[in-house]
Design a binder for this molecule. Structure first.
Ligand SMILES: Nc1ncnc2c1ncn2[C@@H]1O[C@H](COP(=O)(O)OP(=O)(O)OP(=O)(O)O)[C@@H](O)[C@H]1O
Ligand SMILES: [Mg+2]
Length: 284
């Protein structure tokens, strides 16, 4: 197992005195010319993605269907379906390419899926407590017993205005589309990740749920973490204002800008960027 995510060990008093001045890793995530293909099939999907995400930032990734957005999120989280064939994924200053998905999750990488999976027979609370405790151990937090955990999650439930009954239901089983999405943000609230990869959190949410989920994300997001939002709609970005917007096309980020870029995309679509993708692109 790779070590190196615990930034300070507090092993002596000097370290404690120096914590305020010690150099901090500002970069949460850096993708360097990242290439990835479908494992064993030789189909290249990510064709050289470059991206820097600092602490305290929210990045939105937009782009047409099939451009590689979900694949990018999954590759960062270490999904076994994909193989990194070039470049690097640097998380908090270290390459995580050799870490398996669990290790990445323990280190604070959280992926909320575009299509959340159902886990029949395992209640939400059980899954969350297990995840919380595994992560707690590797991030220097106290593990919580079922009663303590119950107290802890009640306050998180309020954040996404989720009905407590959901805690005892099997994970995502029979949840409506919107409930699954809300549940993801609830998971994010409980696990307190450093890097949240949210894939189409807005899809299928009614207007009230969109507001609640967005407010939840805003409350959870702080100076010490970063959020990467994948979305098709500028609408979400009215609620969660991104620091940077990126357009993915043909497996690469072909344009980046501020939040105004999202409006431009809404107005003009993606066609005008095709030529950029070709200029920047490599021969297939
Ligand atoms: N396991 C796989 N096997 C074959 N092709 C795949 C696999 N995973 C992804 N792809 C292909 O890679 C491309 C990018 O897919 P991806 O899901 O990342 O797109 P996306 O940008 O998230 O699209 P959408 O906006 O529709 O969600 C698509 O053409 C998809 O069919
Ligand atoms: Mg997708």
């Amino acid at each position: 197992m790779k070590k190196g995510f615990e930034q300070s060990t507090f092993s002596d008093s000097k370290t404690i005195l120096n914590t305020k001045t010690k150099p901090k890793v500002k970069n949460v995530l850096e993708l360097k010319n990242l290439h990835a293909e479908v494992e064993g099939e030789g189909i290249e999907i990510l064709k050289g993605v470059n991206l820097k995400v600092n602490k305290g930032e929210i990045h939105a990734i937009m782009g047409p269907n099939g451009s590689g957005k979900s694949t990018l999120a999954k590759v960062i989280a270490g999904h076994p379906e994909y193989e990194v064939t070039g470049g690097d994924i640097i998380y908090k200053g270290e390459s995580i390419l050799e870490m398996d998905p669990d290790e990445r999750a323990h280190a604070g990488v959280f992926l909320a899926f575009q299509y959340p999976v159902e886990v029949p027979g395992v209640t939400n609370t059980t899954l969350l407590r297990e995840s919380y405790n595994t992560i707690a151990a590797s991030r220097g937090r106290e593990e919580l017993d079922p009663l303590e955990f119950d107290d802890y999650i009640r306050e998180k439930l309020d954040l996404v205005e989720m009905n407590p009954d959901f805690l005892e239901r099997s994970v995502n089983t029979g949840f409506s589309g919107g409930e699954k999405k809300r549940n993801e943000i609830f998971q994010m609230a409980v696990l307190q990740p450093t890097l949240s990869l949210l894939d189409e959190t807005d899809s299928g949410l009614d207007i009230d749920a969109l507001r609640i989920v967005s407010e939840g994300i805003n409350k959870l997001h702080g100076e010490e973490d970063a959020v990467v939002l994948i979305t098709h709609y500028q609408r979400l970005l009215n609620y969660i204002v991104p620091d940077h917007v990126h357009v993915m096309l043909g497996g690469k980020i072909v344009k980046s800008g501020g939040k105004e870029l999202a409006f431009e995309l809404e107005e003009k679509g993606y066609d005008w960027l095709e030529s950029l993708a070709k200029v920047n692109g490599e021969a297939k």
